[in-house]
Design a binder for this molecule. Structure first.
Ligand code: ATP
Ligand code: MG
Length: 417
């Protein structure tokens, strides 16, 4: 027996309606905000994710699924959704489309992490990418997209945390201050953070080690190092959130797990889904497109873990809607061909119909109809076919009504409505 790989998960048929519910709401929300779908490949050239040598993030340095393909190229399975979209934006000259260009994706994401509740090696993300606008309004609209989805899914109790990590200009000064602070406690830092100290001290704020996190608590706040432009941007983001009546917390320790962020960063955090509670993380990345080789273009977006959405919905008791079930089950007594034909006709008329294809007895057909959660059951046999009339049993109330076989589709359509 070959088992599933560690940190991966099957989406089973009895669970998939939960994902369908989320996908349905994603469809609705992206339509409301006029966002178009983009899909990029599952694997890309490794260089797309590994840009230069300055990157000290876990995602890029330790967690990537990188391998050589048969042509000797270095290939990496997407560790995040943004880089592929940015590449596609440049490669397909999407800057020629009306800006801001609003896109969303749904994609598997691969990270070699230590598996635990809510942390997988293959997970799935719904993400939004908006290119071309550098305004606080655009940042807040992006947060609103996530918030609208949470509301529609009935997810309550999420906390929005925001921060600004400034631009390369104000971060120079801040990095210096951070270096000074962490250098004074270098011995207490984990080995990885000691490395980060030189290359990218900001990363230490994102370390998951308890000890480093405790030291980071006392670090200087990025907010006191913002340049005028970044400070104004951040203040305006907060004003707009207040105006939009979206509650939030300012958290000057949020830096996010990837190196490309500038100015606004944010997270939606749940209190109750185990080890990791960030359901959605995002922010602005004004320098990414240029880094990949495009003309400078401001951008902002987020990534949301679908598995964590399911966990959160379950934890707060949100509804996934009804499990899918047939509108009608056409049972038969020695008339399997007629049942088969009638079922096909009903489906063509838009009725979700089922019939037996395994030669079951009537009794076991009735049992099956019940198990499938059919809303109605119809039995056809010689007599029904002769008279052209069937009994339609409402499975919930037990009530039975007669109708002509010819008008069965109409009858069921009416009941459905
Ligand atoms: P975390 O702090 O939990 O490690 P992250 O900073 O790595 O999250 P992002 O890279 O911004 O998160 O990914 C966006 C979202 O994808 C997260 O908020 C989370 O919902 C989900 N996610 C990230 N990593 C995993 C994982 N290993 N398993 C399941 N979901 C994940
Ligand atoms: Mg992570």
């Amino acid at each position: 027996m070959i088992n599933i790989m560690k940190g991966t998960k099957d989406l089973l048929p009895q669970e998939s309606y939960k994902w369908a519910k989320i996908e349905e709401e994603i469809r609705a929300v992206t339509r409301l905000f006029n966002i178009r779908k983009i899909a990029t490949p599952t694997f890309e050239h490794t260089e797309l994710f590994l840009r230069g040598v300055g990157d000290t993030t876990d995602i890029v340095n330790k967690e990537m699924y990188t391998f050589e393909d048969k042509g000797g190229r270095s290939v990496t399975l997407k560790p995040e959704g943004t880089a592929g979209v940015a590449r596609s934006y440049i490669e397909n000259s999407l800057s020629a489309l009306p800006q801001p260009l609003k896109m969303y994706y749904e994609t598997p994401v691969f990270r070699y992490e230590r598996p635990q509740a809510g942390r997988l090696r293959e997970h799935h993300q719904f993400g939004v990418e908006i290119y071309g606008a550098d305004t606080p309004e655009q940042d807040v609209e992006v947060m609103l997209i996530a918030k609208t989805l949470f509301d529609r899914l009935g997810i309550t109790g999420l906390e929005l945390r925001i921060n600004s990590i400034g631009c390369p200009e104000c971060r120079k000064e801040y990095n210096r201050a951070l270096k000074e602070y962490f250098a004074s406690r270098e011995e207490e830092l984990c080995p990885t953070c000691r490395e980060r100290l030189d290359k990218n001290p900001l990363r230490i704020l994102d370390c998951k080690e308890e000890k480093c996190a405790a030291i980071a608590e006392g670090a200087p706040s990025v907010l006191s190092y913002l340049c005028d432009g970044c400070r104004k941007h951040h203040e305006r983001v907060k004003d707009l959130l207040i105006m939009s009546e979206i509650p939030f917390e300012e958290d000057d320790k949020i830096v996010r797990g990837l190196d490309y962020y500038t100015k606004t960063v944010f997270e939606f955090v749940a209190g109750n889904i185990g080890a990791k509670a960030t359901v959605c993380g995002g922010g602005r990345y004004n320098n990414l497109i240029e880094q990949i080789g495009g003309k400078p273009c401001p951008a902002v977006g987020f990534g949301m873990g679908i598995e964590r959405l399911v966990l959160t919905m379950t934890a707060v008791g949100a509804s996934f809607g009804e499990e899918p079930s047939p509108d009608v089950f056409i049972a038969n007594i020695g008339a399997s061909d007629d049942a088969f034909k009638l079922t096909a006709q009903l489906r063509n008329a838009g009725i979700a119909a089922e019939c037996d294809v395994m030669g079951r007895s009537l009794k076991s057909q009735m049992k099956l109809s019940d198990k499938l959660g059919s809303k109605f059951t119809v039995v056809i046999g010689e007599e029904e076919i002769e008279k052209g009339v069937v009994k339609v049993k409402n499975m919930k109330t037990g009530e039975e009504n007669e109708t002509a076989i010819e008008s069965l589709a109409d009858y069921l359509s009416q009941k459905k409505a």
